[in-house]
Ligand binder design. Structure first.
Ligand SMILES: [Fe+2]
Length: 606
C-alpha cells in the first residue's frame, strides 16, 4: 500500500493498490460516546440513570456539605457568637466604674468595629450563598412547574394574552404556596432555636449543634416566606414578555450601529468532534463556524460592522484545545476580532467533564478555576484593551481589562501550569470582581456595551446550564449606565431573562436553563428600559421581544441550529438613537447561510 502524509485510516483517495481501507466502525462518524450527555439523543431519564450509576458519593457529600451545610452552620451560629460576645462586654462593664468603664467601653467599641464587620460579612455571605443555591432556585422551580402545568392544561392554543395571564397567576400561586410551606418549616424549627449565646457554650460546643441548625432553618425559611411572597406578587404584577413585530423607523441623520449577534458557536477541539448537546445528531468539527466567520468578513468588507457580539458558549466544554481552535479561527479575521466582544457561557465554565455526566466539581476544585481563567484569558486577548472593568469602590468605569489583569498575569500562567491551591485562591478575585465589563460609549450620546457573567456557580453536570445574576454585577451595571445618561446600551449576557411567550416542549428545557432571578433582573433594568436592549444566547432560539419598554434579543445558534448539510442563518441588528438616550431597534438584516458540506461528506468512500 502506498504511504502518504495522511493518517492511513483517514485516507480517502484510491491508489494503484485500490481504495483506502475503511474500518468496520468508521471513527469519523463517532459512536455512542459522543451521545453520552446529549438530551437530543438520549432521554433525560437515561442520562440521569448513568449519572447515578457512576457518581462519587464522597464527592457528592463534600459538595453538599460545602454548599449547603457549612453556610447554614456559619449563618445559624452567627447570632450565638455575637450575643456571647456582647454578654461578655456587658459583664465586663458592670465590674468597672467611672473612667475605667468609659475606657473599657471605648476599647471594646474599637475592637467591635473591626471584629463585627468580618462576622457580619461572613453571615451575610453565607446567607446569600444559601439564597442562590437553595432559595431562589426553589422559588423558580415552583413557579416554572406551576406555569408549565397551567399552560399545558389551559393554554393549548396560540392565544398569547391568555398564556401571559396564566403565567402571571401561576407566579402568584407559586409565591403563596412557597410562603405557606416556609412558614410551616419555620414554625417547626422555632422551638429548637436559640438566639442568646454564652461564653460557657463554647466550652461544650455540642450544645450548639441543634440551635445552630434550627437558627439557620428559621432564618432561611423566614426569608423564603417573605421573599417568595414578594417575588410572586412582583412577578405577577410585572409586564409579561411579548414578541416584537413592529420595529422602529430610522430617523434621517441619526447615528446607526450595525451589530452582528452570534451566539453558542460551541467550538470543539477535534477535527471530527461532535457537541455535547447534539451528539451525533448535530454538526461536526468547526466547519460551520469557519464558514460563518468567512461570511461575516465578506459582509464587513462591503458594509462595515460596528460590533460582533458572541454571547457565550464559545467553546463546547471550555477545554484548552477548544479555546485554541476558537483563537485560531478568530486570528484569521483580525479585522473582525478587533470589534468582537465575547462573554462566558455555561459551556465555557461549568462543564466538568464532557464525557462523564457523573463527575462533580468540588467548590474549590482546580478544574473550575482553570476554566474560568481560560475564559478570562481569551477575553483579555480578544477585547482586553477595549473593555473596562467597573471600579468596585467608585463605581465608575475603571481600567481596561488588560491593565486590571496585569498584576495577575504571572500567577494565571503559573496556575495553568501547576494548579497550586494557593494560586487558585489568589486568583478568585479577577473572576468575581471583573464583571460586569463595560465598553463605554465613545461620546455622551453614543452606544455602550455592558458585558455580564450570568453563570451560576454549579458543580454538577446536570445543573451546568443554570444562570444567576449577582446583586453586585447588577448594581455595578446600573452605576456604569447612570454615568452616561444620554447614551444607549447593549446589555449582553448568556442566559435568557425569562421564558419566551411560546409553548415549551419539555419541562427540563424550562427549568434547567433559566436565569433563576431573571424576573428580578428585568425589574432592575426597567429604569434603563427605553435606552437599552438586552442581547443573549443560550436557548439557541431566534426571538425578538419586549417586557414593557425593555427590548430583548435572543440569538439562535448558527452552528448548533442544524446539521452541517442544512442551511441556517444569523441576524445583523441595527441600533439607533435620538441623541437623548432613546434607543431605536430597526428591523434586522437576516443573513442566510447555505448548507455546508457535511464533515463526513468530504470522505467519499465513507
Ligand atoms: Fe448555553
Amino acid at each position: 500500500m502506498k504511504q502518504t502524509d495522511e493518517d492511513p485510516a483517514m485516507r480517502t483517495t484510491t491508489s494503484d493498490a485500490g481504495p483506502a481501507p475503511v474500518p468496520i466502525i468508521d471513527p469519523r462518524k463517532g459512536d455512542l460516546e459522543d451521545d453520552a450527555l446529549s438530551p437530543k439523543q438520549r432521554s433525560l431519564l437515561s442520562i440521569a440513570g448513568s449519572l447515578f450509576a457512576e457518581i462519587s458519593l464522597p464527592k457528592l457529600l463534600s459538595a453538599w456539605f460545602l454548599s449547603i451545610v457549612l453556610p447554614g452552620i456559619l449563618l445559624g451560629a452567627s447570632p450565638l457568637v455575637a450575643s456571647a460576645w456582647l454578654t461578655k462586654i456587658t459583664s465586663g462593664i458592670g465590674a468597672l466604674a467611672g473612667a475605667g468603664a468609659i475606657v473599657f467601653l471605648v476599647g471594646m467599641a474599637v475592637i467591635g468595629w473591626f471584629g463585627w464587620r468580618p462576622l457580619f460579612r461572613l453571615a451575610e455571605y453565607n446567607f446569600w450563598t444559601l439564597n442562590s443555591v437553595a432559595v431562589q432556585p426553589g422559588y423558580a422551580l415552583c413557579r416554572e412547574a406551576l406555569q408549565h402545568l397551567a399552560e399545558r392544561l389551559f393554554a393549548t392554543d396560540q392565544d398569547n394574552r391568555r398564556r401571559a395571564n396564566l403565567r402571571a397567576r401561576s407566579a402568584l400561586g407559586a409565591g403563596l404556596l412557597l410562603c405557606s410551606l416556609a412558614i410551616a418549616l419555620a414554625a417547626m424549627a422555632w422551638p429548637y432555636t436559640r438566639w442568646q449565646g454564652f461564653a460557657s457554650d463554647f466550652m461544650q460546643p455540642h450544645r450548639l449543634v441543634v440551635p445552630t441548625l434550627a437558627n439557620a432553618v428559621a432564618l432561611v425559611s423566614g426569608y423564603l416566606a417573605a421573599a417568595s411572597l414578594g417575588w410572586g406578587i412582583a412577578d405577577s404584577a410585572m409586564d409579561q414578555p411579548a414578541a416584537v413585530s413592529v420595529f422602529d423607523s430610522p430617523t434621517a441623520g441619526a447615528r446607526t450601529w450595525r451589530v452582528a449577534h452570534l451566539s453558542d458557536v460551541h467550538v470543539v477541539g477535534e477535527r471530527y468532534g461532535f457537541r455535547i448537546e447534539c451528539g451525533r445528531g448535530g454538526p461536526q468539527g468547526n466547519g460551520r463556524f469557519v464558514q460563518l466567520m468567512d461570511r461575516l468578513a465578506a459582509i464587513h468588507a462591503e458594509n462595515p460592522l460596528d460590533i460582533v457580539l458572541i454571547s457565550g458558549d464559545l467553546t463546547d466544554a471550555g477545554r484548552s484545545s477548544e479555546w485554541a481552535e476558537f483563537m485560531d479561527i478568530m486570528s484569521r479575521h483580525l479585522d473582525l476580532a478587533a470589534r468582537t466582544l465575547i462573554l462566558p457561557g455555561n459551556h465555557d465554565v461549568n462543564i466538568v467533564d464532557r464525557a462523564n455526566p457523573a463527575r462533580l466539581d468540588l467548590p474549590l476544585s482546580r478544574g473550575k478555576r482553570l476554566r474560568q481563567l481560560r475564559t478570562l484569558s481569551a477575553m483579555d486577548a480578544i477585547q482586553g484593551d477595549r473593555v473596562r472593568i467597573v471600579d468596585p469602590t467608585t463605581l465608575v468605569a475603571g481600567p481596561a481589562v488588560r491593565n486590571a489583569l496585569a498584576p495577575y498575569r504571572e500567577r494565571m500562567a503559573a496556575f495553568a501550569d501547576s494548579g497550586r491551591f494557593a494560586l487558585s485562591l489568589a486568583l478568585r478575585r479577577p473572576w468575581q470582581d471583573f464583571f460586569p465589563m463595560v465598553v463605554p460609549p465613545a461620546t455622551d450620546d453614543g452606544l455602550g456595551v455592558v458585558i455580564l457573567n450570568s453563570n451560576a456557580e454549579t458543580h454538577f453536570s446536570m445543573t451546568n446550564a443554570l444562570g444567576l445574576m449577582t446583586i453586585e454585577q447588577a448594581s455595578r451595571m446600573a452605576a456604569a449606565m447612570r454615568q452616561f445618561p444620554r447614551a444607549v446600551w447593549i446589555v449582553a449576557l448568556h442566559h435568557h431573562l425569562v421564558e419566551y411567550p411560546m409553548a415549551v416542549k419539555a419541562f427540563s428545557e424550562r427549568i434547567g436553563t433559566a436565569l433563576v432571578n431573571g424576573s428580578w433582573f428585568v425589574r432592575m433594568l426597567q429604569p434603563f428600559a427605553r435606552r437599552a436592549v438586552v442581547m443573549h444566547g443560550h436557548r439557541h432560539i431566534d426571538w425578538i421581544g419586549a417586557i414593557g419598554d425593555l427590548r430583548i434579543v435572543s440569538a439562535s445558534s448558527t452552528v448548533m441550529a442544524a446539521k452541517d448539510d442544512q442551511p441556517s442563518y444569523f441576524l445583523i441588528h441595527r441600533l439607533t438613537t435620538d441623541g437623548n438616550g432613546k434607543l431605536g431597534l430597526l428591523e434586522p438584516e437576516r443573513i442566510d447561510m447555505p448548507a455546508g458540506e457535511a464533515s463526513c461528506g468530504r470522505f467519499t468512500n465513507a
